[in-house]
Every structure is written in C-alpha cells, then in structure tokens.
Design a protein around this ligand. Structure first.
Ligand SMILES: *[C@@H]1O[C@H](CO)[C@@H](O)[C@H](O)[C@H]1NC(C)=O
Length: 273
C-alpha cells in the first residue's frame, strides 16, 4: 500500500544510490554510533500540521513504550558540525506515528484521525538549546523505518510594533531513526505486538521485516542515516525526576515486557543557521 510520495522517494534514493555507488547493507554499522557532522536534512513528508501546540507530553495518554526525547539545538555550526552555539527560543515541533503506524490529524492507514493531535507537539528551546519531550517509540508503517519527524524554526514571537507578527521561517526539517534491533525488541511488546495479531494476516509483520532491512534512507546514504540515528538507553527514575517528569504509573509500566520505565534518547541537532 505504498503512497505515491513514498514510492517516488524510494525511486529517487535508489537513483542516488546507483549514481554515487552506495550499496545497501549498512545495517552492520547500526550501533548508535554518533557521526559528527552538521545534522542532515530530511523531507517533511505529507503529515506535518502547524498546530503550535506547546507541550512536553505529546502522548494524549495513548499506549506505547515511553520515550523521552532529549533534544539540544545548536546553531551557527560549520559543515563538519563544529563551532556551534546553543540556540535558545527556537520552536521545535515533533510528529510521528502511534504504535499502530497511524498519524493523528488526518485519514491514514485505514484510520480517520481527523481532529486528533496525538504524538504532535512543540516546545521552545531553553537558553542552553535543550527541549525534552515525553512521547512513545513510534510504530512502523509500510515502506518506512520507524522515525520521528522534527522541525526547528525561529520562535514565532511578534516583534515590538508589529501587530501582524512575524511569520516563522520554514526552518530546519529532518527525521530521526532508531536502531533496528531496538525496534524489534520494542515491537515484540504491548500495543505494538497486538497490531499484527489483530489484523491476523501476518502481512504487516512481513512488511516490517522488509522495511527494517531495506529502508530507503539506509540504502541511499548510510552516513546520513547514521547521523540521524538515535541511541536510546533505558530511562531511570533518577533521570525522570531530574528532568521533572513524573515516574509513570505502574499500570503503564506493565505494557512493556521488561516493565521498563521506557527509554531516553538524546540527540544534538547541529544546524547551519
Ligand atoms: C474524517 O472525519 C472527519 C471529521 O469527523 C470528516 O469530516 C471527514 O469527512 C472524514 N474523512 C474521511 C476520509 O472519512
């Protein structure tokens, strides 16, 4: 059930891969290695909604393995990712699919999620450039590795004496990915695992397996993919308290097989503006 945009992205990446001689099979190096370079851009895709909904917790109470996305936005970076300075008061949007691979706000994946806003939210960065969201590990959908969309813009504050306000620029758009072994572990649990069983035909599970092995970003540019790869680590009570997040209630912890508090994934965006 490939969407036209995904298909053209796939063909585009395949053409790029052929042109520059990048082979697939970068999977062996998917170990959370940080590649130090200016953060690569990725396409926004068709699911961005400019809601400006400022909130740390974007879950709307929906199920999934907790993920604390700990972002840091640095600006004025050189192409090699050096020389950056923290970017305060930037507007950071995240949006991603739920445990079933469904986006809120529009009809997709056979669900009409019009009017819903789960797994969408925005924060203004603190003086040190940081912003931390409470979300879940996203589910997968056909043709794509699980990913979190991200958009960074100048803060949309009206300057003094300008009643109309200032239109924020289009900003910096990218996508963050997860190591496939991590996803396989998560997808064997709770709301994620229920998905294939409920649909019953096993086709989605096959799609997931194929997607993990052959996602087009991975084929097209292994270095770019690695530069956008998160390295989630288990969340501790200490981390949650230090970052002013409530420790999740017991009933939610039982969703994950290990009864985990979820995961923390820290990522530093090194932007060239
Ligand atoms: C989805 O739901 C909205 C609001 O309930 C409705 O207006 C719209 O027609 C629906 N779209 C589809 C494709 O069913």
């Amino acid at each position: 059930m490939a969407r036209p945009w995904a298909l053209s992205a796939l063909l585009g990446a395949a053409a790029v891969a052929a042109a520059v001689g990048v082979s697939g099979g970068a999977a062996a190096t998917l170990n959370g290695t940080t590649v130090r370079m200016a953060t690569p851009r990725e396409v926004a895709g068709p699911f961005f909604l400019d809601l400006r909904k400022i909130r740390r917790d974007v879950t709307n109470g929906r199920p999934g393995v907790p993920l604390y996305l700990n972002l840091k936005v640095l600006g004025n970076c050189k192409p090699d990712g050096s020389g950056c300075r923290p970017k305060a008061d930037a507007l950071v949007d995240i949006w991603h699919a739920d445990s079933r691979g469904v986006y809120s706000g529009l009809p997709n994946e056979g669900v009409n999620a019009t009017g819903r806003d789960f797994f969408r939210g925005a924060l203004l960065t603190r003086p040190d450039g940081s912003a931390t969201f409470r979300t879940i590990v996203p589910g997968w959908y056909w043709t794509r590795l699980a990913h979190v969309h991200l958009k960074v813009r100048g803060a949309p504050r009206p300057p003094r004496g300008s009643p109309a306000g200032r239109r924020p620029d289009d900003g910096f758009v990218t996508q963050l990915f997860f190591p496939p072994p991590f996803l396989r572990r998560v997808y064997a649990t709770g709301a994620y695992a229920a998905r294939s069983a409920r649909r019953g035909d096993g086709g989605e599970r096959d799609a997931y397996t194929a997607t993990v092995g052959t996602d087009f970003e991975l084929r097209g540019d292994g270095r770019k993919f690695r530069a956008l790869l998160l390295a989630p680590r288990p969340a501790t009570e200490g981390w949650l308290r230090a970052n002013a997040f409530a420790v999740p209630p017991r009933w939610r912890l039982r969703q994950g097989k290990g009864g985990e508090l979820g995961y923390v994934a820290s990522y530093t965006l090194r932007l060239r503006w």
